[in-house]
Design a binder for this molecule. Sequence first.
Ligand code: HEC
Length: 162
Amino acid sequence: MAACAAFAFVGSAAHSEPAQPASSQDGKYIDANGVPTYHIGQDGKVDWYTYSGYLRYSSECLRCHGPDGMGSSYAPKLIDSLKTIDYQNFLATVAGGKKDLGAGQERVMPALGTNNNVMCYIDDIYTYLKARSDGALGRNRPTEHEPKPASWAKAQDACMGP
Ligand code: HEC
């Protein structure tokens, strides 16, 4: 009976809604592994990081990766990429870039590690793309969001400088 219940749990977890965050502090949500994640309320209201991530993605990544992480003829569909790329790999790729020279193609992901408009918001961008990748968030700008956390504003000021 116990084994049966455990099997049922595993089975349903695979098809259920995306996991809810394990914890949050001042509007920042993290999963069980300590990785930043999104929080979307029953009413569709998204956490501030996810909202900010949408804005940053749209200004820094969209021109190559397409609107809403959907990909383009030049750069991959990041909502698919994030199904296999983990947080560490994501950070490394964005900071260090990537160059695929296969099959006569020259597709270059620029190294953005010194771009504050990207790196100061990298958790935001990751969180947004993860929500999109998990199917928890639809296309276009999220209509409602949680208020801007004080710690987020402070970290932004420290990262972006005066
Ligand atoms: C100038 C165009 C350009 C911009 C701007 C750009 N990328 Fe890329 N990106 C690419 C290309 C092209 C690739 C594919 C490189 C390859 O396959 O080697 C890529 C690959 C990636 C990958 C790896 C995807 C995979 O499936 O392996 C990630 C993650 C990524 N980009 C994230 C970002 C994020 C986040 C931003 C914005 C902060 C961004 N990129 C901005 C062109 C761009």
